[in-house]
Design a protein around this ligand. Sequence first.
Ligand SMILES: [Zn+2]
Length: 370
Amino acid sequence: MRGRDRLFSVFLVALAFAVGARAEDLQPLPGKAACVAGPTALCLNGGRFRVEIAWKDFDGRTGAGRASALTDDTGTFWFFDPANLEVTTKVLDGRAVNGNWWFFFGALTNVEYRITLTDTVTGARKIYRNPAGRFASQGDTEAFPAAAESFRVLVFTRTTGFRHDSIPDGISLIQTLGAANGFSVDTSEDTAVFTPQALSAYRAVIFLNTSGEVLNGGEQAAFEAYIRQGGGWVGIHSAADTEHVWPFYGDLLGGGAWFVSHPPIQTATLRVEDGTHPSTRHYPARFSFTDEWYNFQTNPRNAVDVLLAIDETSYSPGSGAMGDHPIAWCHRIGLGRAWYTALGHRSETYAEAAYAQHILGGILWAAGQP
Ligand SMILES: [Zn+2]
C-alpha cells in the first residue's frame, strides 16, 4: 500500500473501532467467506456497503467524503481513497494528517460525525453518528450509536401571500407516506419551531405551498445553519414563491429560481432527465401532467441536478417562457440536501399514486435515506 492509502486505512480502522461492533447485524453477502478483521481491515461483508462520511468541526467547517472499497477474496476489504484523505485533513485545524491510530483518535475529538453505510444490494441504510451537540472523545465507542430506523420530518405551511387550497391534501398525503414508510410527520404554521434545538429533531423540513416572507431574521439564521450542517429541505410548488428577498433561500431553492409567473392551468408533457433518482425513477421518459406551470426568475440548471423538465412546445407557457425549463431538481448545500418540485398546485394531484411516489422519493432523498 502506498503511504497515503495506508493512512486512510488507519483512519477507517479508527472508525471501525466504533462502527464495527454494529456492522455485523447487516446480512453477509451470500457466497462470501467470513471476513477476518485485521489491524488495517474493516469487515463490512465484501465491499457490499458504501460508506459516506460527513463531519463538522468546532469552527463550523464542514466536509464530506466517500470511502471506496476494494474487495479481496476473503471478503475483507480495504479503503483506498486519497481524495478523501485530502478532504479529511481539512477538519484538523490546518494540521497535517500523518500520524498513527492515536493521532487519528486525537483528531476525532474535534469533530462531529455522521457515517452512512448503504447496503448496495438491498438499499438498506444505517447511519452512525455521535449525539447531536456532542463531540467524539478519544476512544469513545459510544459516540457512534446507530440512528433510530425511523426519523421525523416537519411539514411547514405558513403563507403570507397566496394560499393554496391543496395544503390540507398535501399534509394528508405526507402523513400517509410517513405512516407507510416509517417516518413521523409533524406539521406547523408556527415559526417558533425554527430554533437550532427544535430543528435538530428533524431530518427534513418540507415547505409545502408556503408563500411570501415567512421567517424572521433569527429563524432564518437557525434554518440556514440547520441546512448547512446536514438538514434536508423539500420544497413543493409555491415553496418557490417564498422568501423572495432572502439570498440563502434562493441558494437553497436552487440558483435563485424563484417563481415569477404562470399561465392558466394546463396539461403539458414532462421529460425525465434523471431516471435513477428515487423521486423520478418510476416515471416513464415522457409523461403528461396537469398543473399550474411556474416560470422561474432564473434557470437553476447550472446550480442543481435537474430531475424533470417541461416541454414548452406541449403547452402555452405565456410571456415568461424559459425555453430550457427545469420543473423539479435537487442539489447539495453544505452538508444538507435540497429537493424541489414545482408540481403540486391542485388538490387532485395529491391523490395520484405516481405523484405520491415523486414526493416520497424527494422526502427520503432529502432525509438522507436510500
Ligand atoms: Zn399554485
